[in-house]
Design a protein around this ligand. Structure first.
Ligand SMILES: [Zn+2]
Length: 154
């Protein structure tokens, strides 16, 4: 999986992470595309049910249910492709808690490392169920007004 995330959507997650500091922010990520490249189309902030804990997060399941129902009813190509949360020690790799709680290999995990209230890095990961560990997922940020590559001439 490669995640394509526009700068504006990355900023939306970083802003949410900084606003929640010193608690962890969390939310859901909507995207489209099959195969390797998944394009993020929307991020949806969700209350962190464990915000009082400072190093844990739990997306409000009601928010997820509502979002998945809305996406189904819309009947489009958008689907839930992952979720994001922040770490308040600046790291963007899955924590031991993340590893213990991960169970949905189809979902991308975007982690925003915040230190002293400032975003320092954003990384994406995905659970490798066979190995029981996370693998990195590359994040690609399209340049604004980038030229399209010429079509292949066979
Ligand atoms: Zn975490």
């Amino acid at each position: 999986m490669i995640l394509q995330i526009e700068a504006g959507l990355l900023k939306q997650m970083a802003d949410a992470a900084e606003a929640a500091f010193p608690a962890e922010a969390c939310g859901l990520i909507v995207g489209r595309g099959r195969g390797q490249l998944v394009r993020v189309t929307r991020v949806v902030a969700a209350p962190n049910l464990l915000a009082a804990d400072t190093d844990r997060f739990e997306v409000d399941p009601a928010v997820r249910l509502r979002l998945e129902r809305d996406l189904r009813e819309a009947g489009g190509k958008d689907r839930l492709i992952g979720h994001y949360h922040s770490h308040t020690d600046g790291t963007a790799d899955p924590s031991g808690t993340d590893r213990a709680l991960a169970f949905e290999p189809d979902l991308a995990w975007v982690i925003i490392g915040v230190l002293d209230g400032q975003t320092v890095q954003t990384l994406a990961h995905r659970l490798d169920e066979k190995r029981g560990s996370f693998r990195p997922v590359p994040i690609r940020t399209p340049k604004k007004n980038a030229c399209k590559p010429p079509p292949h001439s066979a």
